[in-house]
Design a protein around this ligand. Structure first.
Ligand SMILES: NC(=O)c1ccc[n+]([C@@H]2O[C@H](COP(=O)([O-])OP(=O)(O)OC[C@H]3O[C@@H](n4cnc5c(N)ncnc54)[C@H](OP(=O)(O)O)[C@@H]3O)[C@@H](O)[C@H]2O)c1
Length: 268
């Protein structure tokens, strides 16, 4: 009975993980959401015997500990796989030097760092005791190619500063855990899901932001494969990411890869 925790499972890719994993009856899935009652897609899965919905905010250690205790009560204290999925985009159409004010920049960076970086660390720490007793010992953190310095230099993408900086930091978080747990059979993987049709990928409505969004998509085209058809459905991305995870071993711990299992190949 492999057990999975999906943190940030209310919608989008996180919900896709829950749906896909729960489709295999032998799996047990714990879906963590900060507002489960308001998550329609998640509630539609509530009747499945292998789905457990828990309330937890990735930035709130108390709620994470309560969720870890609830998981332990079902699994006998073990967990096989943790997916740190929850994340926020922050100010997608700003550059580092054109926020309305220094305070606006500070607030954006702090809130995005809290969720994307500290959220992943706090969630991992809450479930580490269970993962240590699990068989697979795998932690999948959902990063982004926007955090890959080489690709960003290559395509010349200056927007989404707080998001890109935090997604870059997530790679180092994975490396630090990989180093610490090197001899315990753990695999910490940071993975980009590829461009996916979710709320986060919704086009802007402001005309100036639309121009910037067009610029961004043109920059993506510089490294997208010829004939690339645009963002995929969550289920397709989830299937590919889980396939990558299934093929990784502790020798891969600390890597930052795409949904295809390679670095730099962020599209398709
Ligand atoms: N879509 C893409 O093209 C793409 C590309 C690269 C990387 N990603 C990454 O993929 C992950 C999922 O994004 P998505 O595209 O599915 O976006 P989304 O539809 O906006 O969903 C974001 C999810 O994160 C949850 N979340 C945010 N803050 C949280 C917190 N403090 N605690 C718990 N959950 C929290 C949200 O919950 P609420 O409903 O409570 O807000 C929601 O379930 C993110 O890490 C994102 O950066 C997405």
């Amino acid at each position: 009975m492999p057990s999975y925790v999906i943190a940030g499972a209310s919608r989008g890719i996180g919900l896709g993980f829950v749906e896909h994993i729960a489709a295999t009856p032998e799996n047990t899935v714990f879906a963590l959401a900060r507002n489960p009652d308001g998550a329609k897609g998640l509630q539609a899965l509530a009747g499945k015997p292998n789905v457990h919905i828990l309330k937890a905010d990735m930035t709130d250690p108390t709620s994470l500990q309560a969720a870890a205790d609830a998981v332990a009560a079902v699994t006998g204290g073990k967990l096989d796989v943790l997916v740190n999925n929850g994340g926020i985009a922050g100010e997608s159409w700003r550059t580092l030097d054109d926020y309305a004010s220094p305070q606006a920049l500070i607030e954006d960076f702090r809130s995005v760092f809290d969720t994307n970086v500290l959220g992943g660390i706090l969630t991992t720490n809450a479930f580490l005791p269970l993962l240590r007793k699990g068989e697979r010992k795998k932690v999948l953190s959902i990063g982004s190619g926007q955090g890959d310095t080489t690709s960003i230099l290559e395509i010349g993408q200056k927007y989404s500063p707080s998001y890109a900086v935090t997604k870059s930091a997530m790679e180092m978080v994975g490396v630090k855990y990989a180093v610490k747990y090197k001899d315990e059979g753990f695999t910490f993987l940071t993975i980009c899901p590829g461009p996916v049709k979710t709320d986060m990928a919704t086009p802007p409505t402001d005309p100036e932001d639309q121009k910037r969004a067009k610029e961004v998509w043109e920059s993506f085209a510089k490294i997208a494969p010829p004939g690339w058809k645009g963002p995929m459905e969550p289920v397709e991305s989830v299937r590919k990411m889980l396939d990558v995870l299934d093929h990784t071993t502790p020798a891969d711990s600390g890597k930052f890869v795409s949904h295809k299992g390679t670095r730099g190949d962020w599209f398709g």
